[in-house]
Design a protein around this ligand. Sequence first.
Ligand code: XMP
Length: 517
Amino acid sequence: PVLVVDFGAQYAQLIARRVREASVYSEIVPHTITAEEVAAKNPVGIVLSGGPSSVYEAGAPSLDEGILELGVPTLGICYGFQVMARQLGGEVAHTGLREYGATDARLTDAGGSLLGGQPDAQTVWMSHGDSVARAPEGFDVLASTESTPVAAFANDEKKFYGVQWHPEVKHSQHGQAVIENFLHRAAGIPADWNSGNVIAEQVERIREQIGSARVISALSGGVDSAVSTALVQRAVGDQLTAVFVDHGLLRAGERQQVEEDYVAATGVRLITVDAADTFLAALDGVSDPEQKRKIIGREFIRAFERAQADLIAEAREAGEPIRFLVQGTLYPDVVESGGGTGTANIKSHHNVGGLPEDLQFELVEPLRTLFKDEVRAIGRELGLPEAIVSRQPFPGPGLGIRIVGEVTRERLEILRAADAIARAELTAAGLDGEIWQCPVVLLADVRSVGVQGDGRTYGHPIVLRPVSSEDAMTADWTRLPYDVLAKISNRITNEVSEVNRVVLDVTSKPPGTIEWE
Ligand code: XMP
């Protein structure tokens, strides 16, 4: 792999993704990693990330000096560039001159192998206080800015490179080219990491882990559980049983998508637990959002455990106990819980609203090394239905937290109809790629007066909540075209008789959350 050494800012994940976009497999490691640990991973390249510290601060993150003696091609970025300069005998100065944001850089020496072929003047994205004042001996200076004489350097013989700016950030004009030049041209790493290889490798690994045992998987209809289940199915076929809990809070068409399209694409053995009655009974009379969430979570676990108990009994009878459970844990979850290097300290992430805590199972997590967009690419390669692969986030508690007020069968019908119209029109307008998700919310306890035909109506409002976001932590409301909004409003008020008003939520997050409950 290419190792991305994390110096403690949010940049390491971005770098790791950019390396993979260049078709090279990357792994994130903490800056505390030792030279022996690095050597044990047999890296073909190392990228030192940026970080929030100054190399002068006491306790500033450092790098085991032995790492730069392993003979591995290395690219230092921002803080990583300065660490490299310092360790190799250059000079880092605390100039007091900060560069932040878009900055003009000028190439010197035609840019060398790292920047060669790029325009002499370009805009790069900076974020630093200290600067490299003098490059280490044997290094060529490849670029400078008004206040940073050494903004990039190279030592082709040792295959050491560095840039002061952030090539991983899209605001750096030729950022991806810097990363690709380092990987392919300077370090000579082939661009051969792709979905096909990942599938082959994971299938191999899963077979090794599971052997001839039985395994179960919870399918939610979401991307992660769909792809991880499909990978395991590809690896061990009928040793796998997938369990899908229909809690009655799904959107129109979701159950068929799993039961028909997904099964047709994968051939997985699927059990659907029909739990709508149980869920609705448990939710009867409840309108407090937190209580609804708790009830749905609890009922989900119960439904899953019932199915699990049946399967365990069946497997026991067949003399093939179930030992494994599939989970769709993604790489960011692993990295964020400090598990970048091994299996320790893993947070149990719940894709499906909460799985049993007392796991008597060993987990199978075939997506542990992957980012979301990679998971989608693999899903496509596995032939999963596009409707599942490109699905926008949908909360585990489903429509239960999109009805403000008590959840009843009738209200679910109303919301389901309105939601289906909104989704269909957004898709028809080609807007799915532009929005992160668009909750459709029924204000079940609110009524307003309207007029339709000759008559007065007294119906419920539907809220459209289209949002744009990178990670759901923050979001802004999406400026949808008026004609699309008009069409959605028109159709919902005409086709869903209980709804006589459609309103648009124009609140960012914060202060509003994406969901209404
Ligand atoms: P909020 O409403 O907190 O939502 O801004 C952030 C993102 O999380 C989704 N969400 C959930 N996903 N189980 C889930 O799997 C949940 O209980 C849940 N609640 C919110 C929400 O749709 C948005 O993408």
